[in-house]
Every structure is written in structure tokens, then in C-alpha cells.
Design a protein around this ligand. Sequence first.
Ligand SMILES: Cc1cc2nc3c(=O)[nH]c(=O)nc-3n(C[C@H](O)[C@H](O)[C@H](O)COP(=O)(O)OP(=O)(O)OC[C@H]3O[C@@H](n4cnc5c(N)ncnc54)[C@H](O)[C@@H]3O)c2cc1C
Length: 247
Amino acid sequence: MSVWVNGTVVERIDWNDKLFTLKVEADTDPFVAGQFTKLGLEQEGERLQRAYSYVNAPSQQPLEFLAVAVEDGSLSPRLQDLHPGDQLMVAKRATGFMVLDEVPAGRDMWMLATGTAVGPFLSMLRSDDTWEQFETFNLVYAVRELRDMAYLEEIRALEAARPEQFRFVPVVSRESIDGMLQGRIPELISQGKIQEYADTPITPSRSQVMICGNPDMIRDTVAVLEGMKLRKNLRRTPGQITMEKYW
Ligand SMILES: Cc1cc2nc3c(=O)[nH]c(=O)nc-3n(C[C@H](O)[C@H](O)[C@H](O)COP(=O)(O)OP(=O)(O)OC[C@H]3O[C@@H](n4cnc5c(N)ncnc54)[C@H](O)[C@@H]3O)c2cc1C
């Protein structure tokens, strides 16, 4: 059973009409970058609750969550109705194994995200100690349209601040945007386009890959990576692929 604490929305950012960030003040336990907690709202005496990844670094306050209002979704449209000053429930303890401590050593870290799943990677990239763990960090962020790409300015600033260590590979599936790749992550990896864009190969000896978000993308990407001889990272048999499905 989760222990819940009260949270207060202190800020919200609307990236488009469905995609939003909530910044929340709540007295939760410490977490590790990449982990998620649960957000909840009372409805007719029952608590509606879902998992949401922390976007803030563990050292940062307030807590920050990136969410999309899913059409006909139970909780997410109600979260989108919240404004500064409104209350919600936050599970005190965070969980999740998509964290750098669970990943074996390697040269290049790949972070593959669809949509809101960029959040846990931002939490890692906002943490200073992350940068000591791999020589390069390659963030692949796939959305349908450019307007769905949250935090673009912050990611571009990171690129400028760490040109040797950080590469950003923006992917848009439904629009052709200058300087961005078009398509889906699995096909773009099997065609070598993502590796070419980042100027970094993906191989079992030098790569570690974290994949987060849409389960179809994860399934198809794992199949492509396994075809390239990468293996799932399990506690008993360490490999190169660590993942977290959002549904
Ligand atoms: C470990 C974990 C971490 C998560 N972190 C986040 C997060 O940081 N931000 C976030 O927005 N969601 C996140 N989710 C998904 C979130 O928990 C909810 O499922 C989502 O907000 C929909 O809830 P709902 O009650 O509105 O929809 P429901 O009525 O429960 O409908 C669920 C359906 O919504 C769709 N869906 C769910 N999540 C998403 C999504 N993120 N993007 C697009 N479609 C989606 C799927 O089709 C799914 O079948 C996470 C899920 C898990 C398991």
C-alpha cells in the first residue's frame, strides 16, 4: 500500500493543447533520476491514481511531471484541469529500475523516448553525477509533430553546453522538419540513420540503451537491437537494453 502526501500545484506549463508540465510542492521521499511516483485525485470517494515519472533532478524542487491528456483517459484530463494552488495526491515513495545504477558500464549511453517519456531522461540529464558515467549521451526524442516536442529549448541549451558529450536526435513522425529525422525509432535505427545523425555507432561492446514510452516502439526497437546482437539487461544476465513501458 502506498503512503500518500498532499501536493500543491505551484506552476504549470502548456506545451500545446494536450501536453503540459505540472510543478508540484509535496513532501515526498528522495528518489533516483529515472524513477516514477504516482499521482492521484479523489473522485466520488475513490482515489484515481496513475504512474508519472519525475522530470526534476533529485536535487531540484519543486517536483515536476510532464503529462499528456489522453483522449477519454480517466486521470490525465483531470490533471490537465489543475492550476496553481490546486491540490493533488502524490505517492511518497518512488519506484522504478530504469536508472543509471542498474545499467552496466559502457562507452555510449542511448536514451530513446517517445512523447512524455523524455521526462525521466531529462531528470537524469539534469543531474550532475550522470555525466561522469558515460563518455557520450545520445538523446533520441520522437514525437508526432514538432509542437509535441516539450523542453526543446532546454535540450538545445544542453547541446550547446556539452557539445562533446551530448547529442540530441530529434525525430518527428508526421512532419518533415529541417534538421530533424522523420519516421519511427526502430526503422531509423535499422537504417542506421539515428547512428549517422549522432555520429555514434550502436554496438554491444560500446552501447547501453535505455528505452521508454510507447510499448509498440519499445517492442519493435528491442527486436531491431537484438538483431544487432544487443541483449536485454537483466539483473542475472547483464545486457545492453533497459526499458520502461508507459502502458
Ligand atoms: C512507469 C510509468 C511511468 C509513467 N510516466 C508517465 C509520465 O511521466 N507522463 C505521462 O503522461 N504518462 C506516464 N505514464 C502513463 C500514465 O500512468 C497514465 O497511463 C496516463 O496518464 C493515462 O492515464 P489515464 O487515466 O488518463 O488514461 P487511461 O484511462 O488509464 O488510458 C490508458 C491509455 O492511455 C494511453 N496512454 C497512457 N499513457 C500515455 C502517454 N504517456 N502518452 C500517450 N498515450 C498514453 C494508452 O493508450 C493507454 O492504453 C506512465 C506509466 C508508467 C507505467
